[in-house]
Structure formats: structure tokens, C-alpha cells
Design a binder for this molecule. Structure first.
Ligand code: FAD
Ligand code: NA7
Length: 548
């Protein structure tokens, strides 16, 4: 159904079936599911000036998905899988955005999307059993369902450094890269060496006059092995798409390759070296971590073997021994695995320098650059923050979001964000989260599809069974949280400070933000919830709700 979405003077509140927040992969599929499959009256809102979510915002040079291109897409439009031109092994940002825009046009989704519109408030009205939603333009909507597709790597983390406002040049965050950004021939500084930093640094080094990399933590990264797909590879993928997607959704990581079952120490040192070298040649950060051996993420000795291998590679690649030393991580290899297009090689360029800001921290930003603790002012025209995101729950906390009895999400999640099965949270009836906290740690488009399909099933059930409200029980949520924490604690990821555990944001509660039991197991849990007729949820029938 279509809705003008504009409140009229005599109708201050527009009534809808569902409000969707976000128009990335999650929001787009939610529109399709609820509007076209279930026939509901829905509107989606996005702060952005275009659809695409992550791929609208992250326009920094070198931005690329490091899930392989044939599994970084929707599987529900089989025709499009066949039609879409797969060009390279990995899919760069402009191409992903073009793909999502094409999906939106092809399925006529744009008419159900309001861009340049931020949702500032969403509150559950218990007496009406409806969500009251307010935009930054003061428009009000009422809806039975609230679907959040806010993005788990979307709320930017911008550091506040003394003197920042005095800087005479431009400051960009990678995920807010302006269309008119100009770095050519300039002196550029990049703070941050996570995935975004590694991609940006490698891409811009040849174009800038001088590049100063401010590194807080050295990074393990392996070659991506990106390149054009051969026509016979594309043909093979297209022939097998059904099976590929079936395997993806039934695998722990959803990346389209088989995980190794071989423990690292079960093979000889020579064999280990051979397998690591082979993976280095093939490329891909997730493949290096999960296709080589079975235990890099859980066993210290296995992890150390991988660390040693990468450190040795750094030593071989980087010519200046002091730079190589600084680039060699000493921590566990247990952050999100990365891959690159020649990151370590970049530091052999005469126009690139590396500053170890653990040894010499940034003390302030001056009008002309960045001053470090050794008194040096690194003169810059442009400063880039590749400092990541307030991951998973960041965008929830930026909305005035209230559930039953006016409970604010910030208070509900004061001890760390929680959910039942990532898609629901207690006290927030009829609110369905796409990639909410404690969801699968996996390739994300299949995780999104699995979640939206389930949400569609629940909403369909509610509509056909006269269910007014649907809500996870506190107990189910607590148990799910405990399970996520228990599984996460068994991995080395929990011993490493990164966004996966909320450790990158000062003051943020360090806890498990993901379910690390696998996408396949997660999918089974959702199926189980449906199969047991939602026994861990409270369902209130329309009649009961009216009586209450
Ligand atoms: P998003 O695409 O983040 O969309 C969320 C949208 O919600 C945004 O457009 C935002 O503006 C909007 N929004 C938020 N709050 C509000 C509000 N209050 N009002 C209105 N609108 C709001 N995943 C992978 O699986 N593989 C990869 O290789 C990979 N690479 C990545 C690389 C980068 C640089 C980044 C940042 C992320 C990457 N991801 C990757 C994760 C990526 O975010 C997901 O794959 C996917 O795009 C998430 O889609 P989404 O719709 O859930 O969220
Ligand atoms: P990440 O992976 O969180 O990386 C952020 C980087 O910025 C990392 O090197 C941080 O160092 C560094 N950082 C963060 N804050 C600061 C401050 N205040 N000062 C100096 N350095 C800082 O974010 P990305 O955007 O690269 O990637 C996030 C995910 O998005 C990625 O995994 C992909 O899935 C896409 P630290 O390591 O914390 O010492």
C-alpha cells in the first residue's frame, strides 16, 4: 500500500502499519517484506540523502566490502542474482550503492522511503498498543510495528581532541566522506588503522603529497586477492547460486566458503607454513582466519602461529626495519579479520610516514596539524578520522526510544545492550530489530535476510491471529544474553579490545555484542521460536489488549 507520508493540517498524526528506520540492506528488505508480501502500509525513514545505508555514507577512497561479491547481495531476488553483472571478487562501495539503488528501483521501494528525515523519538503508547514516532521535522506517525534497521556499524565515533576546532584544514570521518573532498597533492593525516583506515591509507597514498598515519594499534591484515572475476568463474557462480546461498545460510559464518576442520598444531610446521602461504596468495581476511585452520580464534598457540606468520610477512615486505617493527602487532590476532590491497607495501613509499601514537600520543591539534607527545607538529592540510563506530547499539542510544512505562532504551540497556535473538527486546513490544544486539557474527546480508524473513513470519502471524502485541520475556532475554557471553568468552576475540565487545568507545560497557555460535545455529534458534509457537514471548490478543 502506498502512503503520501505527509501529515495534513487536520491530521497531525499519520497512521501506518509499520515504521521502518533505516534504508540500507535491512530497511530495504523490510519494506519489500512488509509492504509487498504482507500488504501492510509502511514507510521507511533515513537521515541520509539517499538509500544504501553503509554504502551511502562510506564513500572514502578504497571503500570496499570484504565479503565476496557474490555473497554480498540479496538472495531473495533470484532473477537479479542472475542478471547482475559480477565484475570483481570484492565489490567496491560505488558498485554496492548502484546495486542497492537498482534493487530499490526494480521493486519500487523508493515511494515508501522518506530521505533526509531522522527519527528523533519513538515511544510505545501502551493504551493504544502503538508506536508514536516523531521525525526531526516534527512530523508524527503512529504505527503498530516499529522496525529498526539502524545499522550496526553506522553511529560514527569521532574523537574529541584538544584544539580540534582550531585546525585550519579539513577534517573528515571516513564514513562521512564529503562528495567534494579534495586530498590530491595535499598533506594528509589518517588517525586509525582498522578496516576503514587500512583501505583509505592504501588507496590515497599514491595521490597525496604526504601521508602521515597515526597508528594506535598495529593491525594484522592479509592481501585481499581482489581482481576481476573470469567469465567462467561468473558462469559457475550463477549456475550454482541456489546451492551457494543454501550453504551460506547453513554455515557458521555465511561467507560462502567451507571452514577448516584442521587444528593448527595437528600439522607439521612446514605444512602450517605452506597452508598460511597458500591462504596469503588466495587472499581474504576471513578465509585466512577460518579456512586455514579450525582454531585460530579460540586457541592461543594456533593464534600465535598465525601472528608469527603475518609478522614475518611484514618484516619481509616493509623495507625500513623501524617502520616494520612499529607495524608488527604484538596483540592477539582476534579483531575482525582484515584484508587489503597492499597495506604494508604502502609504508615503503617515500611520501608515507608512520607515527606510533601509543609511544608518542597525540597531545593536541594545532591550526597547522597534529602535535604528538615528543613535541613534533605533523603539518597537515587534511585530517582523516578512520576511528570507527559506536557499534551495534550506537544508533539506538541516539534516539529517544521508549518502551512500556516510558522505559528508555538507555536505561533498559544500562548494563550493556541485550536482546532476545537479536530481533526483539523485552519491554519494547512490537519493536523488531534488524541486526540488533547479540545477533550473529557473520557475513551480514544473509543475517539480515534471515532476520527479516523471521520478522515477516511473526508479523504475518500477528495479523492473521489477531495478536495486538508481541514481546520477548525478560527471562528469555537474560538467558540469550548469558549464552552469547558464554560462547564469546570461549573465543580469543573476548580478550582483545575492539568494537566487537564495545571496547573502542570510552566509557562503553564491555560485553558480548554478538552471538558467536554461528549463523546456521542462529537460524535454527529462530526456527525453534516459531516452531514452539513463540513460547518465550508474550502475545496479547486484540481483545485482551482492549480489555486491559
Ligand atoms: P546500514 O547500512 O548501516 O543502514 C542503517 C541506516 O539507518 C543508515 O542509512 C542510517 O542513516 C539510518 N539511521 C540510523 N538511525 C536513524 C534515525 N534515527 N533516523 C533515520 N535514519 C537512521 N558487512 C559485511 O557483512 N561484510 C563486509 O565486508 C562489510 N564491510 C563493511 C565496510 C564498512 C566500511 C562498513 C562501515 C560496514 C561494513 N559491513 C560489512 C557492515 C555493513 O554495515 C552491513 O553489511 C550492512 O550494510 C548493514 O545494513 P543495515 O541496513 O543493517 O544498516
Ligand atoms: P575500527 O575497526 O574500530 O578501527 C578504528 C581505528 O581507529 C582503530 O585503529 C582504533 O585504534 C583507532 N582509534 C579509535 N579511536 C581512536 C582515538 N581516539 N585515537 C586514536 N586512534 C583511535 O573501525 P573501522 O571503521 O576501521 O572498521 C569498523 C568495521 O566497519 C570493520 O570491521 C568493517 O566491518 C567495517 P584501536 O585499535 O582502538 O587501538
Amino acid at each position: 500500500m502506498e502512503h503520501s507520508g505527509q501529515p495534513k493540517a487536520n491530521e497531525p498524526v499519520v497512521s501506518l502499519d509499520a515504521v521502518i528506520i533505516g534504508a540500507g540492506f535491512g530497511g530495504l528488505y523490510a519494506i519489500k517484506k512488509l509492504r509487498d508480501d504482507l500488504g501492510l502500509d509502511v514507510l521507511a525513514f533515513d537521515t541520509a540523502g539517499g538509500i544504501g545505508g553503509t554504502w551511502y555514507w562510506n564513500r572514502y577512497p578504497g571503500a570496499l566490502s570484504d565479503s565476496e561479491s557474490h555473497v554480498y547481495a540479496f538472495s531473495w531476488d533470484e532473477e537479479l542474482l542472475q542478471e547482475w553483472d559480477l565484475k570483481r571478487r570484492f565489490i567496491p562501495q560505488p558498485e554496492i550503492l548502484r546495486y542497492l539503488e537498482h534493487v530499490a528501483e526494480r521493486h519500487d521501494l523508493n515511494r515508501s522511503i522518506r530521505l533526509n528525515t531522522r527519527i528523533v523519538e519513538a515511544a510505545f503508547d501502551e493504551s493504544a498498543g502503538r508506536w508514536m514516532v516523531t521525525t526531526d521535522k516534527g512530523q508524527k506517525y503512529s504505527a503498530k510495528y516499529l522496525i529498526t534497521a539502524l545499522g550496526l556499524l553506522s553511529a560514527t565515533n569521532v574523537p574529541t581532541i584538544k584544539g580540534q576546532e582550531t585546525f585550519k584544514g579539513d577534517i573528515y570521518h571516513t564514513s562521512r566522506w564529503p562528495k567534494d573532498a579534495n586530498i590530491k597533492g595535499k598533506r594528509v593525516g589518517v588517525v586509525g588503522t582498522g578496516s576503514s583506515g587500512v583501505q583509505t591509507i592504501t588507496a590515497i597514498a599514491p595521490d597525496v603529497k604526504h601521508l602521515t598515519v597515526f597508528q594506535r594499534s598495529a593491525q594484522y591484515t592479509v592481501p585481499s586477492g581482489d581482481g576481476p572475476l573470469r567469465p567462467e568463474e561468473v558462469a559457475q557462480i550463477k549456475k550454482n547460486f541456489r546451492k551457494i546461498w543454501d550453504d551460506v545460510k547453513n554455515s557458521p559464518l555465511g561467507f560462502g566458503f567451507e571452514l577448516s576442520a584442521t587444528p593448527t598444531m595437528s600439522v607439521s610446521e612446514e605444512e602450517r607454513e605452506r597452508i598460511f602461504n597458500e591462504a596469503w596468495k588466495v587472499g581474504g581476511g576471513f578465509r585466512f582466519m577460518f579456512e586455514t585452520f579450525s582454531d585460530m580464534g579460540v586457541d592461543l598457540a594456533a593464534n600465535k602461529a598465525a601472528q608469527d606468520f603475518i609478522r614475518k610477512k611484514i618484516g619481509e615486505i616493509v623495507k625500513d626495519p623501524e617502520t616494520a617493527r612499529k607495524l608488527m602487532p604484538t596483540e592477539l590476532h582476534a579483531k575482525r579479520p582484515l584484508c587489503d590491497a597492499g597495506y604494508y607495501e604502502t609504508f615503503n613509499r617515500p611520501n608515507v610516514s608512520l607515527v606510533d601514537i601509543k609511544a608518542t600520543p597525540i597531545v593536541e591539534i594545532t591550526p597547522n596539524g597534529v602535535k604528538t607527545a615528543d613535541g613534533v607538529i605533523h603539518e597537515l592540510d587534511v585530517l582523516v578520522f578512520a576511528t570507527g563506530f559506536d557499534a551495534v547499539d550506537g544508533n539506538f542510544k541516539r534516539i529517544e526510544l521508549r518502551g512500556r512505562k516510558g522505559l528508555r532504551i538507555q536505561d533498559h540497556w544500562k548494563d550493556g545492550s541485550s536482546s532476545y535473538l537479536s530481533v526483539t527486546t523485552s519491554h519494547f513490544p512490537n519493536m523488531f530489530m534488524i541486526l540488533g544486539p547479540n545477533g550473529p557474527f557473520s557475513n551480514l546480508p544473509p543475517a539480515i535476510e534471515i532476520q527479516v524473513d523471521w520478522i515477516g513470519d511473526v508479523v504475518g502471524y500477528m495479523e492473521s491471529h489477531g495478536v495486538a502485541t508481541f514481546e520477548a520475556t525478560e527471562q528469555a532475554e537474560e538467558e540469550w544474553g548469558r549464552l552469547c557471553a558464554e560462547i564469546a568468552e570461549q573465543t580469543l576475540f573476548a580478550q582483545t579490545a575492539s568494537w566487537i565487545f564495545g571496547a573502542n568507545i570510552p566509557g562503553k560497557k564491555k560485553s558480548a555484542y554478538f552471538y558467536m555460535g554461528g549463523l546456521n545455529a542462529f537460524r535454527d534458534k529462530l526456527k525453534e521460536a516459531t516452531g514452539t509457537k513463540f513460547k518465550d514471548f508474550k502475545l496479547e490478543k486484540e481483545k485482551e489488549h482492549r480489555l486491559a
